[in-house]
Design a protein. Structure first.
Length: 152
């Protein structure tokens, strides 16, 4: 009798776990692109920027995003970072724009300018990374874009 109970409990646990994994269908990550970037009027503090991202949902299910954390780096120096929890629901196979504010990391900017003053360069490597958290059982997704800005 004990043997049957000990076999039944692990088997039940496996069936429950298999059922839970089938609830979260595989999704393609959202496609995030930079729509607009502009400086905001300074209010005596560190410079602030407005970043408008276009988020496209390449899935048939809607994306209900709880929040986004993001950074923009130039030459591996994190210059701009921000977070937002004001993200609209993005229906399947559609896109929305999200407007966020971001702060400038002044010390990182000064270090970057010092580096650029010491060496001549024709291009700057940049990267954008975002962590997107969803409501519900959808796992967090990370998006990264990188490239090179030609100066001449």
């Amino acid at each position: 009798m004990y043997c049957r109970r000990f076999l039944f409990l692990p088997l039940l646990l496996i069936v429950l776990l298999a059922g839970c994994t089938s609830l979260t269908a595989e999704r393609d990550p959202p496609i995030v692109s930079l729509e607009n970037f502009r400086a905001l009027p300074s209010e005596g503090g560190a410079p602030r920027f407005e970043i408008v991202l276009r988020i496209a949902n390449p899935n048939k299910e809607a994306l209900d995003i709880a929040g986004i954390a993001y950074t923009v780096s130039v030459r591996e120096r994190k210059l701009i970072s921000g977070v937002s929890n004001e993200v609209p629901r993005i229906e399947g196979y559609s896109e929305e724009t999200v407007t966020m504010q971001a702060g400038l990391e002044l010390f990182q900017l000064l270090r970057l300018l010092a580096d650029l003053g010491m060496e001549a360069t024709d291009s700057l490597d940049y990267s954008f990374s975002a962590k997107i958290d969803f409501r519900g059982f959808i796992p967090t997704q990370r998006v990264a874009e990188s490239g090179t800005l030609k100066l001449r």
